[in-house]
Ligand binder design. Structure first.
Ligand code: AVI
Length: 322
């Protein structure tokens, strides 16, 4: 298996981000990208199977349905660069459809080494597929994948699962602009976006009855205990999912159930929390269809084709670089 490690965020980067986020004057914050250590990635895999969390299944259904159409739009040979591959299960349909027509180089880009290894195992049996994994941040990995390109090879970037929703709307467009900078005119981006839906349904999706999303959220504090020798008492925090109507997003918070002091030696920090105060850990923005078209235009793409799921409002849109 070829897996290249470009630059996994260093401990000092984690320490700096934790320091910045937890010493904020108003709302304390922790970046959601730190959810995905090996334990967090495993918990996220379980989330994707939960009855309340229809998002991943919608993405799978769409990919299965649209794979032949996508394969007919994207010329061969192709490099498929997937930003955050997870287990790789979702991508199988598309990779199979593409590799029936010619050689495919698949470059999953993933921060978790364990997830990358699972992805490789899942897809190992696909004929004429070369696997070059990158364990690093998305844009670094994309630059590496793009540098593998030979003449006449097209690039198809997959950004599925509505990970774009974890950026603010503005950051999302800025990120797509950076993706575009790594592409040539005529290259493709397949973008997954979770669409607006009734708030009670969203709240259940982010606060499931088995408590897996709660564990996923709390693992962030457990990670700081493991990696920065922090002394967070997990029983003194509660997972909270809220809908922010103005921003049209689900927010996940960790609510302190007592007045407490936490020390984080690895970040050189002592944090005081009031009873009821929260640490904001994630936003998950929900979109509507015209917004997706607008995002394409703002980032140097045009929309080619869009597929919508009928059971769980979710869109896959094929963008072409202009
Ligand atoms: C990865 N990302 C798109 C997920 C989401 O729905 O925002 C992460 C997640 N957080 C809680 N459940 C799932």
């Amino acid at each position: 298996m070829l897996i290249q490690s470009v630059a996994v965020p260093s401990l000092s980067e984690l320490a700096q981000d934790v320091r910045a986020g937890l010493s904020k004057k108003g709302q304390k914050e922790l970046p959601c990208r730190y959810f995905y250590d090996d334990i967090g990635s495993a918990l996220f895999e379980v989330i994707t199977q939960l009855p309340e969390y229809g998002l991943s299944r919608a993405g799978q259904r769409l990919l299965r349905k649209s794979a032949p159409a996508i394969a007919s739009r994207v010329p061969s040979p192709v490099i498929v660069a997937e930003l955050g591959c997870g287990s790789g299960r979702n991508t199988r349909w598309l990779l199979e459809a593409l590799s029936r027509r010619g050689p495919v180089t698949y470059c999953p880009i993933e921060i978790s080494g364990a997830a990358l290894a699972t992805c490789k195992r899942q897809l190992d049996d696909i004929d004429s597929l070369s696997f070059v994994g990158f364990q690093c941040e998305y844009l670094e990995g994309l630059a590496e994948a793009s540098s593998l390109r030979r003449t006449a090879e097209h690039l198809l970037v997959l950004f599925l699962g509505s990970t774009i929703g974890n950026f603010s709307r503005l950051q999302g467009v800025q990120f797509l602009q950076q993706v575009r900078q790594n592409l040539m005119p005529g290259d493709f981006l397949l973008l997954g976006t979770d669409l607006e839906k009734p708030v009670p349904q969203l709240l259940l999706a982010y606060d499931d009855s088995l408590g897996i999303t709660a564990a996923f959220n709390l693992n962030l504090l457990a990670r700081l205990n493991r990696e920065l020798e922090a002394d967070f008492r997990l029983d003194q925090f509660r997972h909270v999912a809220r809908y922010n109507h103005q921003e049209r997003r689900i927010e996940m918070h960790l609510l302190s159930t007592s007045k407490q002091t936490v020390t984080i030696p690895g970040a050189g920090l002592t944090v005081r929390l009031e009873r009821g105060e929260t640490i904001w850990t994630e936003s998950s923005h929900k979109y509507n269809v015209p917004e997706v078209t607008q995002m394409a235009q703002q980032s140097g793409f045009r929309c080619d084709t869009q597929w919508l799921d009928e059971e769980w409002p979710f869109a896959h849109t094929l963008f072409v670089a202009e």
